[in-house]
Design a protein around this ligand. Structure first.
Ligand code: HEM
Length: 85
């Protein structure tokens, strides 16, 4: 179950970074990746969104275990909708 109230694939308002995506990134994720980009920063995530999604889909990131499929779907849907802030 997602920790937020959006269910991937359902109609409704577009997903937003601040509300729906940023909370998916833990403090550990952010601190581990800060040398590359800031996962809590909208511009940084948008600039790297294809690489980020690719690693989430392959399961190679986060380094300590893959995301649930439902969260990967949310990330993909957010990008498909135009990566709203
Ligand atoms: C949702 C969380 C995370 C995402 C989306 C993510 C995403 C990425 C991406 C896209 C890269 C490639 C960066 C590049 O080539 O410039 C990467 C590299 C890497 N990540 Fe993460 N990451 C996450 C969490 C973590 C965590 C928790 C760790 C370890 C504690 C970690 C360790 C690393 C390491 C060691 C690399 C390789 C760096 C290198 O080769 O220089 N990441 N990650």
């Amino acid at each position: 179950m997602n920790t937020n109230d959006k269910v991937a694939g359902t109609p409704g308002p577009a997903l937003r970074f601040e509300v729906d995506i940023k909370p998916l990134f833990r403090e550990l994720d952010r601190s581990s990746m800060l040398d590359h980009f800031d996962l809590w920063n909208y511009d940084d995530v948008v600039s790297n969104q294809d690489a980020i999604l690719g690693h989430l889909v392959s399961g190679s990131m986060p380094c300590d275990g893959p995301w649930p499929e439902s969260d990967v779907t949310l990330m993909r849907q957010w990008i498909d909708e135009g990566s709203h802030p």
